[in-house]
Write a protein that binds this ligand. Structure first.
Ligand code: IVH
Length: 670
């Protein structure tokens, strides 16, 4: 090949690589597989080694930020790395505090530890015998990747701690980030500093990580042997003494007014800081209160992130498309001219529902202001009506489902006495293509059956190829056919097989959640599963339409029961469940199996003193007991608080149920 052609060929490949880097790192929308990427990279490197004159500054051997081969060992976090709930307005903060008081059932005074929320990547460092043993990424919160060697290149991370009071085993967590001034030097490779830090941390070769100056700020612990710390602020002080960097702007504040004032002040100086912050984190400072408050399914009750105001930009609505979701909800989405908002290119914005379009009179062709805050989906906040074309027309929201053509309705909510803002397709489930596909995506999702080899894109593709139409089809796949598909090969098919096989070992809670029944989210699925314990019991209940039995469960009400009834009134759904029963191996998890309240049931009436129902319930469950919400012969103890319901006490007396005070419950709990 003549030199000119070689250069042309090389540059084309480099251009390709750059395109895929951008798709992966900046847009998080890769369009080729990892192996295709690696192949392309190898071709470039081969050309370079054969023809030395080709190599330029864009070569993958020169630039950092090229995709790693993603093959780090996995690590199960001893304590999950959860995320934080977000607050945007002062009402969100008031609500947060109110929930704390409600949970503790007491207006105890407490302080907040206030910490800048650095917009980086969280990492967890496990030290044993004062030496750094594992450095792990957050991953999905439960399982991360071991990136110890990469983390060791960060000078802020001590490899060994010489202090006497450093615990024998401790996991220290914090944020890895790149300073703004350092980011400027490598800007062309990454969309924003956060991406740069993430890309650098995931390099296969730690020498690559070293090329980008990363920093680490510590802010909390995961597992600690003999945890004796009383306050978050005390722990932060210890971190500093042990040689970790902590944020110099951390402080203690006493109430919501002080939080709001400080937020205002800090937001105005955020652009003067030498790192990116996207808000402040407020944590209940008292660690014993933190442990009483505990966690919801994905965030602590004792902390919240108060975000800074969102970034926004003006753009034009090119079209309005209607998406049909898993529960039949018709969601209008504005397709907009791509616009960069805070480092992310936005081309879709949700318009929420029909009422929102009508209220804001949003039309195709309008110039609108779009806001994007953190992980919240970009949305239209305002229409610039001065820029509206005089011929523009009102947007007509479809009255038929755009996917299956069925009638749509707005449900009447008996509690609020209002019609729902959301219009829904009336086809229940697998009769509507879009609903089916969304149900399948839900079925394989993390908190459901967690089949990571089957992504959303694959579900769409396999649907089109008639390979998967119902959840049970996943367990009867034609792997020979898949092997012959473009982009699939021996290895990827084997991986898929393996991840489907693994997913068969699951538990009832995940299975119930995976069915995607409206109003049965992960928390409710857990309540039901804890109550019925066995899949056979659940199926029996479904077959006999005996859902009222579940009304006994504290937390399950009419809405959930009606939804279950509607779902299983469709024979097809019952069939799906029994076919899944044949395929899956459901583990029975009986949590806290052998506690002192094993096989004992409790019910509360009246207000408890100094503790909320939710906390009392959680204490009973931690000791293997269960709580019920009705007096029945299944009940062992009725716990009486202040101003109890007389009817319940009378019923209990008739049935010979033990009636006990809060003090007596305390004694039972030791
Ligand atoms: S505490 C269970 N403290 O924010 C609470 N997080 O959405 C664990 N972050 O993944 C987090 N600064 O990456 C905590 N001072 C701080 C933080 C902080 C930044 C990040 C962290 C976490 C995310 C939570």
């Amino acid at each position: 090949m003549i030199k000119k052609e070689l250069i042309k060929n090389y540059n084309l490949k480099i251009k390709e690589l750059k395109k895929h880097n951008k798709l992966y790192y900046e847009l998080s929308k890769p369009i080729i597989t990892d192996s295709q990427y690696d192949f392309l990279k190898k071709e470039v490197l081969k050309l370079e080694s054969n023809y030395k004159f080709l190599k330029n500054k864009y070569s993958p051997s020169e630039t950092v930020g090229y995709k790693s081969s993603k093959s780090f060992d996995k690590f199960e976090h001893k304590v999950p790395m959860l995320s934080l709930s977000n607050a945007f307005y002062s009402d969100d903060l008031k609500n947060f505090e109110k929930k704390i008081y409600n949970y503790l059932n007491n207006k105890i005074k407490f302080e907040y530890s206030v910490e800048p929320k650095i917009d980086g990547i969280s990492a967890s460092l496990t030290y044993t015998n004062k030496k750094l043993k594992f450095g792990v990424s957050r991953g999905d919160g439960k399982i991360g990747e071991i990136i110890t060697e990469n983390l060791k290149t960060i000078k802020d991370i001590p490899i060994e701690i010489k202090k006497n009071d450093f615990p024998n085993e401790i996991e220290i967590r914090g944020e890895v980030f790149i300073k703004k001034k350092d980011f400027l030097k490598i800007q062309s490779n990454f969309a924003n500093p956060r991406n740069a830090a993430s890309g650098s941390l995931r390099q296969k070769d730690p020498n690559e990580t070293k090329k980008i100056p990363l920093n680490f700020i510590a802010y909390t612990f995961g597992y600690v042997e003999d945890n004796s710390y009383k306050y978050q602020s005390e722990f932060l002080k210890k971190l500093k003494e042990w040689g970790f960097k902590v944020n110099k702007d951390n402080k203690i504040l006493n109430n919501i007014d002080e939080l709001i004032n400080f937020h205002k002040h800090f937001e105005s100086k955020r652009y003067d800081l030498d790192y990116d912050v996207d808000g402040l984190v407020y944590k209940v400072n008292d660690l014993s209160l933190q442990s009483r408050l505990g966690f919801t399914s994905n965030a602590p009750r004792w902390a919240i992130a108060h975000k800074f105001s969102a970034d926004s930009a003006d753009t034009k609505i090119i079209n309005i498309e209607i998406q049909v979701g898993r529960t039949g909800a018709l969601t209008p989405v504005a397709k907009v001219s791509p616009v960069n908002i805070g480092g992310v290119v936005v081309s879709n914005a949700t318009l929420h529902n029909e009422d929102e379009i009508n209220r804001k009179d949003i039309r195709i062709g309008d110039i609108v202001k779009i806001e994007r805050a953190g992980d919240v989906i970009p949305h239209v906040i305002q229409v610039d009506k001065t820029k509206r074309d005089k011929n523009s027309k009102l947007f007509n929201f479809p009255k038929k489902c755009p996917s299956c053509g069925s009638r749509t309705t707005k449900e009447f909510n008996n509690a609020t006495k209002k019609y729902d803002a959301v219009r829904r397709c009336t086809n229940d489930g697998f009769g509507c293509e879009r609903i089916s596909i969304e149900k399948l995506k839900h079925f394989i999702s993390k908190e459901a059956l967690n089949i990571d080899g089957l992504g959303k894109k694959v579900i769409e593709k396999f649907w089109d190829l008639n390979l998967i139409k119902k959840p049970q089809d996943i367990f009867n796949l034609n792997y020979d056919k898949i092997k012959s598909l473009e982009g699939w090969g021996e290895t990827s098919v084997n991986n898929l097989k393996k991840s489907i096989e693994n997913s068969k070992n699951t538990n009832l809670e995940r299975l119930i959640f995976s069915l995607g029944i409206r109003h049965i989210g992960i928390e409710n699925a857990k309540l039901i599963s804890d109550n019925v314990k066995y899949l056979s019991t659940f199926i029996g209940l479904v077959k006999n339409k005996n859902f009222d039995k579940l009304l006994n469960i504290d937390g399950i009400g009419e809405t959930q029961i009606n939804s279950l009834r509607a779902y299983f009134s469709n024979q097809l759904n019952l069939k799906i469940l029994s076919e899944l029963n044949n395929k899956l191996k459901i583990r029975t998890i009986i949590s806290y199996k052998n506690g002192i309240l094993k096989n004992k049931t409790f019910m509360f009436t009246g207000k408890l003193d100094g503790i909320s129902r939710a906390e009392a319930k959680s204490m009973i469950e931690k000791n293997s007991g269960t709580t019920l919400s009705n007096v029945s012969k299944n009940l062992n103890y009725l716990v009486i608080g202040d101003k109890p319901t007389k009817r319940k006490i009378d019923q209990a007396k008739i049935l010979g149920i033990k009636i006990i005070s809060q003090e007596e419950l305390k004694k039972l709990l030791n």
